[in-house]
Design a binder for this molecule. Structure first.
Ligand code: PLP
Length: 380
C-alpha cells in the first residue's frame, strides 16, 4: 500500500507522513479465501465498521487531517448516508484534530446496526436524523455546498465516493490480492459488486499502474444501469429500486463519468476491459444458499452478487483465476442472511460494542433553512 500510495502521492507529502497514514489506515487484514478451484473471495470487511468503505474513509480522514494541520480553519465534512458510508466516514474521522463530521441520515430508513455506528460516537461526530428520504439528505448536503454564505464562512467538504482520496486506497487491495495468488501465469479476473462504481474504479487505477488484471466483472443487482450500458451502449440513469443488497441500490452511479474518462470516453476500450452482469434478489439468495451448503461459507448479499457475476463470466474458460470482492461482513445484513440461510450469524464484537451505547441524534426537518440554521448555530 505504501508503494502504491508513494507512486501517486509521493510529491505531495513527506514519505514519513504517508507511511504513518498508510499504517493507520490499514490495521486489519484482507484475507483471500479459496472457495473453489481458482475462485477466491477477497474479504474486505475486517475493518472497524465491517465494510470495504473503511479503506477509503480511514485513508481520506488521515490525509485530510494532515492538510488540516496546515491551515487555520477547521474542516467540516458533510455526509449524507443510507447506511454504510456514514458509519465508515464517521468512524474514520472520529477524533481527527481539525475536523468535524455531520452525518445526515433518513429517520427510520437505516438498520439499527447501521444507525448505532454513527449515532453513538460523540466527539467530533454529529448525527442529524432527517425527517425524509436519503435523497432529501443528499439534497441538503448539495445545497449547502452551493450556498455562498456557508462557503464564505466555513471550509466545507464532502466525503462521498467520487472523492479521489477515497478511491486511491481502494486500489491497494487489488495489488495485495494479486500478490497472494499462488500462481501468476493464468489470467486474473476481478469481480466487483457495484453501486456507485468507486470500488471498481480503484481496480481500474490499479491496472493503469501496471497490475496485470485481465478483466473486470461489474456486477449489480436489478439497479443495472451500467450492465445495460455495456450491452446497449446507452447510459440511462433512473430512480433506484430497493433490493437486499441495498448498498448497491444506485440509479445514477456517480463514478460512471470517471470510469468512462479512464477510457477517453471510448465504448470499445471500456467494454474490452469491463463486462457487466445484473442479478435479482432471488438469484442472489440462491447463490448464498448454494455456497453455504457446499462450502459452509457465508456470503453477504453484496458479495453474493459478485460471486454470481464471476461464475457467469468464467463459464466458457478453464484457466482463469477469479477473485470476487466480499464487501461487507454478513452480520451487517443479519436479517437477510439469517432468513436466507436459515441460520444465525454471530454478531462480531466490534458491532456489539456499538449496540451497547445509547443513540444520540438530532432530529431535523428536511427543509434547507432549518439545516442551515443548525450549521450556523453549531459551528463558529
Ligand atoms: C458501498 C458498497 C458497495 C458498492 O460500492 P461502490 O464503490 O459504490 O460501487 C458494495 N457493497 C457494500 C457492502 C457497500 O457498502
Amino acid at each position: 500500500a505504501l508503494d502504491v500510495a508513494t507512486n501517486l502521492l509521493g510529491d505531495d507529502l513527506p514519505k514519513a507522513e504517508l507511511k504513518r497514514i498508510v499504517e493507520h489506515t490499514i490495521q486489519f487484514d484482507a484475507p483471500l479465501v479459496e472457495l473453489e478451484h481458482n475462485i477466491y473471495a477477497l474479504e474486505l470487511f475486517h475493518g472497524p465498521t465491517l465494510a470495504f468503505k473503511d479503506f477509503g474513509a480511514r485513508f481520506m480522514s488521515q490525509l485530510l487531517g494532515y492538510f488540516a494541520k496546515q491551515q487555520q480553519q477547521e474542516i467540516i465534512i458533510l455526509v449524507a448516508t443510507s447506511g454504510d458510508t456514514g458509519s465508515a466516514v464517521a468512524n474514520g474521522f472520529l477524533g481527527v484534530p481539525g475536523t468535524k463530521v455531520v452525518v445526515l441520515y433518513p429517520s427510520g430508513k437505516v438498520s439499527e446496526i447501521q444507525e448505532k455506528q454513527f449515532t453513538t460516537l460523540g466527539k467530533n461526530v454529529t448525527a442529524l436524523e432527517i425527517n425524509g428520504t436519503f435523497d432529501d439528505c443528499q439534497h441538503l448536503v448539495k445545497q449547502a455546498f452551493l450556498d455562498p454564505d456557508l462557503k464564505q464562512k466555513y471550509f466545507l467538504t464532502s466525503a462521498n465516493s467520487i472523492n479521489i482520496a477515497r478511491l486511491i486506497p481502494q486500489s491497494f487491495y487489488y495489488f495485495y490480492a494479486y500478490s497472494r495468488l499462488p500462481t501468476k501465469t493464468n489470467p486474473v479476473i476481478f469481480s466487483v459488486p457495484s453501486g456507485n462504481f468507486g470500488n471498481i474504479t480503484g481496480g481500474l487505477l490499479a491496472k493503469r499502474m501496471g497490475l496485470p488484471i485481465d478483466k473486470f466483472v461489474a456486477c449489480t443487482n436489478i439497479n443495472d444501469v451500467v450492465p445495460q450500458y455495456l450491452s446497449s451502449r446507452s447510459f440511462t440513469p433512473r430512480a433506484s429500486q430497493q433490493t437486499i443488497s441495498n448498498a448497491m441500490d444506485v440509479g445514477n452511479p456517480s463514478n460512471f463519468v470517471r470510469m468512462l474518462d479512464l477510457f477517453q470516453g471510448d465504448f470499445e476500450n471500456l467494454s474490452n476491459e469491463i463486462v457487466g452482469f445484473a442479478f435479482t434478489d432471488e438469484q442472489t439468495e440462491a447463490a448464498m444458499r448454494e455456497v453455504f451448503a457446499r462450502n459452509k461459507y457465508v456470503m453477504d448479499p453484496h458479495g453474493a452478487v459478485a460471486y454470481l457475476g464471476l461464475k457467469e463470466y468464467l463459464k466458457p474458460s478453464a484457466n482463469e483465476i477469479g477473485v470476487f470482492l466480499e464487501t461487507a461482513h454478513p452480520a451487517k445484513f443479519k436479517e437477510v442472511v439469517d432468513e436466507t440461510l436459515n441460520t444465525s450469524v454471530p454478531i462480531p464484537e466490534e458491532l456489539q460494542r456499538f449496540l451497547q451505547h445509547p443513540k444520540k441524534s438530532i432530529p431535523l426537518s428536511s427543509e434547507y433553512q432549518v439545516f442551515k440554521d443548525f450549521l450556523n448555530a453549531t459551528f463558529v
